[in-house]
Design a protein around this ligand. Structure first.
Ligand SMILES: Nc1ncnc2c1ncn2[C@@H]1O[C@H](COP(=O)(O)OP(=O)(O)OP(=O)(O)O)[C@@H](O)[C@H]1O
Length: 300
């Protein structure tokens, strides 16, 4: 592959049409749909995610971003659709196998995980790695050498994410930003090629935001592909190489952060999310201001 087609350089000539073809895609999907009752939560005709770059998935509430994440990672089953990861079909593959193939998503800390310590959370992150054969391994030494390796990797990641001092603390005692760091560190236990972050900035105080941004960039700089869902437009603007915009289940626009934020289709998508109620002129003005503030990143 020619060097100009890979990573960020490869995005230079990509058109800003929804579903645009990329020169070096890691994920390619077609006709992915999922309905809940009569509501089509996801209805994506074509999707490509360029390898080695940071792609943001944005869109108003209810646009279908989380549902698409769940489908791609095997946590939900589509009504229709196929997609591949690294050229191999991935639709219909169970979540733990998806993780083993190198595609991992972060999870918000659940109640159960909050009651485990930080290091226990990290070890759990490795479960995607452990082949079934290890469960029945007749040789204890084989088992414990993998356990040692897991602990060693967990400790290295805790140092990298500055969570080593919290190693024995309950995950539930961490601050919002530290939880996000733990979610990221835990996902890295399986050394994924693609890491999918679910609202990495939600609940993070401004002081920690910069450091979180640095960590996300370092994932790309070490050669991983990053896909994240986020409402914080400041983050989207600062670190994404490419932005995909969803509204009402569909991809409505794509492009660099600057081009997407100036795109009328994107402004319409954010406004359209409010169109189910009858609006007075004044409401409409207020909503327009709100939408523009979100798109321009002056909010949150
Ligand atoms: N399990 C479910 N059962 C019924 N409806 C669902 C379910 N999951 C999602 N939906 C609906 O599907 C639509 C898309 O939801 P989804 O959570 O994917 O959107 P989103 O873009 O992630 O929104 P947000 O930014 O608010 O998280 C919404 O209308 C939502 O109410």
């Amino acid at each position: 592959m020619d060097a100009d087609s890979t990573g960020r350089a490869g995005l230079a000539g990509v058109p800003t049409d929804p579903g645009a073809r990329k020169p070096d895609p890691l994920i390619v999907g077609d006709n992915i749909s999922r309905a809940f009752g009569g509501l089509k939560a996801v209805d994506v005709e074509h999707l490509e995610i360029q390898r080695g770059v940071i792609t943001a998935l944005i869109g108003p509430n209810g646009a279908g971003k989380t549902t698409l994440f769940n489908l791609l990672t095997g946590f939900d089953t589509p009504d229709t659709g196929d997609w591949s990861f690294n050229g191999k079909p991935l639709s219909g593959v169970a979540a733990y196998k998806v993780a083993r193939r190198g595609m991992v998503r972060t999870f918000q800390l659940t109640k159960v995980l909050s009651k485990l310590t930080v290091i226990e959370n990290m070890r759990l992150g490795a479960t995607g790695q452990r082949g079934e054969r290890f469960w029945s391994a007749p040789f204890k030494s084989l088992w414990s050498s993998q356990e040692d390796e897991i602990t060693r990797r967990a400790d290295e990641l805790l140092v990298r994410f500055k969570l080593d001092a919290k190693r024995e603390d309950f995950a539930g005692s961490l601050s919002g930003g530290q939880r996000k760091l733990l979610e990221m560190a835990r996902a890295l236990m399986v050394d994924p090629e693609l890491i999918m972050l679910d609202e990495p900035m939600a609940g993070v105080n401004p002081a920690l935001k910069q450091s979180l941004l640095g960590h996300v960039q370092s994932l790309r700089d070490e050669g991983r592909t990053v896909l994240f869902v986020e409402h914080d437009m400041d983050m989207v603007r600062h670190i994404s190489d490419w932005v995909i915009v969803m509204a009402q289940g569909q991809i409505v626009a794509e492009g660099t952060p600057a081009s997407v934020m100036a795109d009328q289709r994107v402004i319409d998508a954010y406004l359209g999310a409010h169109h189910d109620t009858d609006l007075s002129e004044m409401d409409e003005e207020a909503i327009m201001e709100e939408a523009m503030a979100e798109i321009e990143g002056t909010k949150e």
